[in-house]
Design a protein. Structure first.
Length: 465
């Protein structure tokens, strides 16, 4: 896919060394890829459902056999700790198996009508573009790719500029597993060039984008020009609400992982910690040792729980929220020298602070006190985002009331688990449009066709017009 004009230098975020050079994809090459994908999709959609499912399961098995290789690439290009990277590769495998199980269950309906039989069928869209982010390159790419393929579509995957290596490896593994040539293609390149060409191409039926809200709005506007289908998973500023009746020890122990996992580069990061005022001081006493015990270091070390940020630019963005003289309630440590490191940081804030309403996308959280249930809900909803969140309480009634009142798509009680491939995922407000994952994932990549067949005696097609 080389245009001979530009290449991407892929850096290891932990060492700042160039680990690979990848050619970019020009608009002309995007057009050629769409044409190949359209031809492959027609044949793929005609494959018997059971056979299509078997091929996808074989793809999952090939991924499983290459988890170590995929994890190593993820470590090199994204700086993810080895354990995280292995989990991410395994998640791709699991998504493929789950999607394969839906191929033979993508059923329509029979709707009672007068004078005949009415049925619906689910038909594939055609060619789907998946534009994946750099924070979770493998899993989020698979969120769109696996169900789209299962539903009978072709997929063109554009990975982020900084993390194309695992995507390219997955494309090779797909061919090894027997997926038809052209059905799943990876198109590395820059967003304004390769991404825009994909979004604007009339042969692309749907765009799946995960990334910033600002870019998501631009893509939505371009898709609107062609009335093109769209799924957006955008930013987040998720609350972690700690009530006085919670198990404070458990809540404090779980908090570091909720905003430090993936070095805070997670739209679901619980970067706003809301603590009931009566237990605020005690909670902070418990939180400090938990944060400082969160191991930061070499991603290849199995003991490491937090690696570097993805780039120097991202580190500067995070720094802009935390000036050097900013008073931090808790500040961890980070390695010196090469690498895009940033320490775990907890700030004490006030409602309306920039750190309390904007997505930082780094290992920084802000903690704010609240008085009662209504105050907690008000603070939780005081943001443009609505992706995820957690609440900690022993009161089941409160858990249900607050879960219903918080404007977010994915909530966890006494847990920070937001994402499971077998449950739906998506956001409210500026956190996106549509839902991914879960039992309805395949339907998001289909058109519903309605068919009425008259059963009136003696009726011909011409007479029924």
């Amino acid at each position: 896919m080389s245009n001979g004009l530009h290449e991407l230098n892929i850096l290891n975020p932990a060492t700042e060394e160039v680990v690979a050079t990848v050619p970019t994809t020009s608009p002309a090459e995007v057009d050629a890829a769409v044409r190949r994908a359209a031809a492959a999709q027609e044949a793929w959609a005609a494959v018997a459902p059971g056979d299509r499912a078997r091929i996808l399961r074989r793809f999952a098995d090939v991924v499983d056999a290459n988890i170590a290789a995929l994890a190593e690439l993820e470590l090199q290009e994204a700086g993810h700790p080895l354990g995280n990277a292995e989990w991410e590769a395994g998640n791709v495998r699991d998504l493929l198996h789950y999607a394969a199980g839906g191929v033979e269950r993508l059923t329509g309906t029979q709707i009672p009508v007068a004078g005949g039989l009415n049925i619906t069928v689910q038909e594939p869209l055609g060619v789907v573009a998946v534009i994946a982010p750099w924070n979770f390159p493998m899993p989020i790419a698979a969120w769109g790719t696996a169900p789209a393929l299962a539903a009978g579509n072709a997929v063109l995957l554009k990975p982020a500029e900084t993390t194309p290596l695992t995507a390219l490896k997955l494309a090779r593994l797909a061919l090894d597993a027997g997926l038809p040539e052209g059905l799943f293609q990876v198109l590395p390149g820059e967003g304004p060039v390769t991404g825009t060409a994909l979004v604007d191409h009339p042969g692309v039926a749907k765009v799946v984008f995960t990334g910033s809200t600002a870019t998501g709005r631009q893509i939505a506007a371009r898709c609107a020009e062609q009335t093109k289908r769209l799924t957006l998973e955008l930013g987040g500023k998720s609350p972690n609400i700690i009530f006085a009746d919670a198990d404070l020890e458990a809540a404090a122990a779980a908090t570091p992982g909720s905003f430090l996992d993936n070095t805070g580069q997670d739209c679901c990061a619980r970067s706003r910690i809301l603590v009931q005022r009566s237990v605020y001081d005690r909670y902070m006493e418990l939180l400090e040792p938990a944060v400082k015990a969160f191991t930061v270091g070499d991603p290849a070390d199995p003991a490491t729980r937090m690696g570097p940020l993805i780039s120097a630019a991202q580190r500067e963005r995070v720094r802009s929220y935390v000036p050097e003289d900013a008073p931090a309630a808790i500040r961890g440590e980070a390695p010196a020298g090469k690498g895009f490191w940033y320490p775990a940081t907890v700030l004490e804030g006030r409602p309306g602070d920039r750190t309390a309403v904007e997505e930082i996308f780094g290992p920084v959280a802000v903690v704010l006190p609240f008085d009662d249930e209504a105050d907690a809900v008000r603070l939780a909803n005081a943001t443009d985002y609505g992706l995820s969140g957690s609440l900690w309480t022993r009161d089941v009634g409160r858990a249900l009331r607050v879960s219903r009142a918080v404007a977010a798509g994915n909530l966890s009680v006494n847990s920070h688990s937001s994402v499971r491939y077998w449950t739906p995922f998506g956001g409210f407000k500026q956190s996106g449009l549509g839902r991914e994952l879960g039992p309805d994932a395949l339907r998001a990549f289909t058109e519903t066709k309605n068919i009425f067949i008259s059963t009136e005696p003696g009726t011909t097609i011409e007479e029924s017009k």
